[in-house]
Ligand binder design. Sequence first.
Ligand SMILES: *Cc1c(COP(=O)(O)O)cnc(C)c1O
Length: 366
Amino acid sequence: MWYSFVDVEIHLENIVKNFLFLQESCSSLVPVIKADAYGHGLIPVARALTHAGAKAFAVGSVEEGVALRLMPFEGDIISLLGPVEQRDFKLICEYNIIPFVYHFEQIENLGEIAKRQCPVALKFDTGMARLGFTEKDIPRIIDKLRFYSNLELKIVASHLALADSVENDFVLEQVKRFNNICQMLTQAGFKFKKSLANSAGILAWPETYYDFARPGIALYGGNPFWGTNWQEKGVSLRPAMKVRAPLVNVRSLSKGETISYGRTFRAPSDMKVGIVAVGYADNYSRSLSNKGWVVIKDKRCPIIGRVCMQMMAVDITGIQSIERGDMAYLLGGRNVSILPEELAEWWNTISYEVFCVLGQNNRIYV
Ligand SMILES: *Cc1c(COP(=O)(O)O)cnc(C)c1O
């Protein structure tokens, strides 16, 4: 954001380490770099992972796939959203992108427009109930694919709804439904790759591995099992994003005085206060008012009062030698760190959203 003092440090080497760590469990990974690589930057992340051995990527929109192709990247590019707008069909053919398709109109449009062999990935709904064909659609899918011989069924995929929840039966229920679907298509003579697992699947459910898995959050160091009794499975993942903003003022607040809009915080005793140049205009949520923490000089400091548009106040009472210009870490830190999951909890959201929205600030690759 051009008006912002917030800097986002991206540690690409941690994304590479996370990739290699996940690969120890599941050898075939297609990294998910949708939404600007969860706020980490599509092209820098793709470049780092390509050097680390990634042979294919999954993006969200077709447009993102085009950006990746122009990097340039020669391997397989899967678009998880598939064709949405009319022009996406042309782009898919032109830039050789493998689209997820999940309704018949997409198959028909693509079949009509593709001048040469066009690979497609069929997305099936096995429990997310968001996108995807169901078992009932299979006879008609088979007809369509036989009719449009320019379409090549390359991948059959589905998505897990509850893999980050410990010891639940639904993952295996989805596996069962997915197996059925794959079997029906195999019996009809199709050959294709199968893919089901997300990050949580890779960390905890080997039954979901199939031909390749699609890790997202774990690549960026988010632990899908944080706060559960399977937390251990993801503790060696390293967050790749640190977010910081400078202190623009240091002042005192006398006992009984209030601070910021709405007068929601009253000093219980004499305090020292730091004003940090970050606010909701930098995608740092106002819901962190009186709830969140930052790290300054390796000390955790609580947010006091309301988070404003481009500023907020933190309690720095008792911390020596803090001055204007010192950095407040909103995420990560040096020796003392704020975990993405902690920030997400104060924010009442998940690490995914923290990365996506804070990552929209100015990024620095270190
Ligand atoms: C986002 C996404 C993933 C990655 O999920 P994580 O939980 O971040 O690992 C995998 N597959 C699909 C279809 C997705 O949309």
